[in-house]
Design a binder for this molecule. Structure first.
Ligand code: MRU
Length: 359
């Protein structure tokens, strides 16, 4: 299943198992749409760390393809089987730890490594590369289907009226049409008409730069607001629901997502506006009991003091820059997954819904 041509694509594999990964350099949007070629693991790791590729599902897919790049390095450098396997495993760890909060990254890398473990001991490095490419493609294709299912389930429960979202959760952040943004675009494609509001999402402006860009590409009117305008907007009655994505969801439903999500959830609940999370099952980390256990990435202070390269604070001012926060499950009305909607958000309901077949 391929997304409609108006859905932006974040990444693609070029060539055979010794080919390379191509990524849209999301740091350049919305000014320029440029692809970068990743022919070595260093370039993939740098792209993940610097958010050239970003969004939990997309970095997972990039991690999977990153392992194929690692195997390609082993083939090119004519490594022995042992050295080749050792090289791939070492690169797997670098890829899996490139960003700490989104669990999809380690999940995808470990899933690919498990494929490697099932190969015979005497498998050549090219066989390893081929097996890794096949698995990375499966993960990518699966994500396309999961996004479509999330979009359908979410559109079915989205109340009539305006929708407010945070960060970017569309085609640029996934292998398909997106999670939270996929819910919005699916409802729109079904013929419903409503106002779409996008938080600008400081400090890196994923909402203003990327979500607004995706919606403009699709011809869906979008209104960008400063993050700090969300409370006021909610008092106006123009927002019937908030829908956001997730980077990691723990066994009790606590959800890590882009910084600012927690504040938005509290505001939504205070105004009686339902607050939904949309995420595939690969974003759940049931090994963690609560959100307190989720590692929160802290990024460079210069992202705050010099947003988009503009001096916004004087030399000498310090900045604190957590990239994610955790929204406690009690603020979340429902979690939209490919298996259906988890509502209410409780431990038991999470396990029960995730155990049903995706549909
Ligand atoms: O730092 P980012 O841009 O990778 O953060 C992205 C988010 O927080 C998204 O909401 C989340 O990854 C879900 S993407 C479908």
């Amino acid at each position: 299943m391929t997304p409609s041509p108006t859905v932006p694509v974040a990444l693609r594999w070029q060539g055979d198992a010794t080919g390379h990964l191509e990524l849209v350099d999301q740091t350049l949007l919305p000014v320029r749409l440029e692809w970068i070629s990743c022919r070595d693991v260093d370039t993939v790791v740098e792209a993940i760390k610097s958010l050239r590729v970003r969004g939990a599902p997309a970095i997972g897919i990039a991690g999977g393809y990153g392992l194929v790049v690692a195997a390609g390095e082993a083939v090119r450098d004519r490594m022995t089987l042992d050295r080749g396997r050792g090289h791939i495993l070492a690169q797997a760890e670098r890829l899996a730890t490139a960003r700490p909060t989104a669990v999809n990254l380690r999940w995808a890398v470990e899933r690919c490594i498990a494929v490697l473990d099932r190969l015979p001991d005497d498998a050549s490095t090219i066989t390893m590369a081929e097996a890794l490419l096949a698995e990375a493609r499966v993960i990518h294709d699966e994500d396309r289907r999961l996004c479509a299912a999330i979009g359908r389930h979410g559109a079915a429960i989205l109340p009539r009226g305006g929708v407010l979202t945070h960060c970017n959760t569309g085609g640029l952040a996934t292998g398909g049409a997106g999670t939270a943004l996929g819910v919005i675009t699916t409802a729109w494609d079904e013929g419903r008409r409503f106002e779409v509001f996008a938080d600008e999402t400081r400090p890196l402006f994923q909402g203003a730069r990327l979500t607004a860009w995706e919606l403009v590409q699709r011809g869906i009117p979008v209104t960008v607001i400063c993050d700090s305008a969300a409370g006021h907007l909610l008092t106006t009655g123009r927002v019937a629901a908030c829908v956001v994505g997730a980077d990691r969801i723990t066994a009790n439903g606590d959800t890590a997502n882009k910084i600012g999500t927690y504040g938005l959830a509290v505001l939504a609940v205070a105004h009686g506006v339902p607050f939904y999370v949309a995420a595939p099952s690969s974003t759940f980390d049931l090994s963690l009991e609560t959100g307190a256990e989720i590692p929160i990435e802290e990024r460079s202070p210069t992202e705050v003091t010099n947003p988009l390269g503009v001096i916004a604070a004087p030399d000498g001012a310090r900045a604190y820059n957590p990239a994610f926060d955790v929204t406690p499950a009690r603020y979340i009305k429902g979690i939209i997954t490919e298996h259906g909607v988890i509502e209410p958000v409780t431990r038991d309901r999470i396990r029960a819904v995730l155990a049903t077949p995706s549909r």
